[in-house]
Design a protein around this ligand. Structure first.
Ligand SMILES: *Cc1c(COP(=O)(O)O)cnc(C)c1O
Length: 359
């Protein structure tokens, strides 16, 4: 029996999500974020599906560009961390990349290339730090930087920032920071990119020239707040299969370390997927999975290649029964919450050993 473990990727749901997100901000151009293999969904397939529609793609660093170019994707690609080393700048035109510059050293590398005619002034964006304190130039140094690197701050330049709390629109943090950032920059620049998925949905004042959208396209709500229900369709369904069933007595334990002990005579289903496939090892007993129309609970520790579930109350489960770990029948955000993480992490960690099947 071949292992029936796979991630089914619904590309038409992806396209519908893209359209739904565009409808939120019809005056913005859309940057499709495909870093980390498109959050585990497959960067090449995602980019191919949206190539005709998206303005540009975005990845974290240069290495992620090559795979897309080799696959024939031609749209510009925004590199969110900018060049890590100066020599990467030499590839700007050849790879058709746009750098998001966040460090003074990067301003210098690009400024001197514009000065000597090697680059035009539309191959970079500039990122400022508005309180996330991770990447970005200090807003207070704007005047000094603009003076030192005049070619960087041109009329074409897209000025950008990333909001730490856009996914919590119920508090005003993201709104306040957007407003003060725009107030500071308004007399100086005309082109802006602020919103990620959450901003695009819940913070219209942040949806400007370009929005950078990741998680929403892959079908997961960026909001913890269940009152905000964006119109998104599931893209990834992670599925596997029962490969063994056993009956155990009350008092018997399951799995490494005997962390789960049966409180009654129980029926245990072993499923062909484990932490080597990217299922989180710290998922606790009780984490749900979907079996044949019903939810069953994980029992015992997650192994490298297997999971065990209590199916005592599910008579129809047998060797060969299909199991959905998350996806169309079981919302990934619900599983993430149980595991103490977010959908971003669950999706991106589905490992290379899991075949992606595109529908
Ligand atoms: C990953 C990333 C995004 C996309 O965020 P989502 O929440 O997935 O929409 C946007 N901007 C930057 C700078 C990012 O690193």
């Amino acid at each position: 029996m071949a292992r029936q473990t796979r991630a089914i990727i619904n590309l038409s749901a992806l396209e519908d999500n893209y359209e739904a997100m565009c409808a939120h901000a019809p005056n913005s151009k859309q940057v499709v974020v495909v870093k980390a293999n498109a959050y585990g969904n497959g960067a090449v397939e995602v980019a191919k599906k949206l190539d005709a529609k998206a303005s540009m793609f975005a990845v974290a660093f240069l290495d992620e560009v090559f795979e897309l170019r080799e696959a024939g994707i031609e749209s510009p690609i925004l590199v969110l961390q900018g060049p890590h080393e100066e020599h990467e700048c030499e590839l700007t035109k050849h790879l058709n990349v746009v750098w998001m510059l966040h460090l003074e050293q990067q301003l210098n590398w690009v400024n001197k290339r514009i000065e000597n005619g090697e680059l035009t002034d539309d191959r970079h964006w500039v990122k400022f730090d508005t309180g996330m304190h991770r990447l970005g130039l200090p807003c207070a140094e704007y005047d000094e930087l603009a003076k030192a690197y005049p070619h960087i701050f041109s009329a074409n330049t897209v000025i950008t920032t990333h909001l730490a709390r856009a996914d919590e629109p119920e508090i005003d943090d993201a709104l306040t920071r957007t407003q003060s950032f725009l107030t500071l920059m308004a007399n100086r620049h005309q082109h802006f990119s602020i919103a990620n998925s959450a901003g695009n949905i819940a913070l219209p004042s942040a949806a400007l020239d370009y929005n950078r959208m990741g998680i929403s396209l892959y079908g997961s709500s960026p909001f913890e707040n269940k009152q905000i229900v964006p119109n998104l369709k599931t893209v990834m369904t992670l599925e596997s299969q029962v490969i063994a069933i056993r009956e155990i007595d009350e008092g018997e334990a399951v799995g490494y370390g005997a962390t789960w002990v049966a409180k009654r005579a129980s029926r245990i289903a072993t499923v062909a997927l484990g932490y080597a496939d990217g299922y989180p090892r710290h998922a606790p007993s009780g984490t749900p999975a979907y079996f044949d129309g019903h939810i069953a609970k994980l029992v015992g520790r997650v192994s490298m290649d297997m999971l065990t579930f209590d199916v005592t109350d599910l008579d129809t489960v047998e060797v060969g029964t299909r199991v959905e770990l998350w996806g169309e029948k079981l919302n990934i955000n619900d599983v993430a919450k149980f595991v103490g993480t977010i959908a971003y992490e669950l999706m991106t960690r589905v490992s290379a050993r899991v075949p992606r099947v595109y529908r």
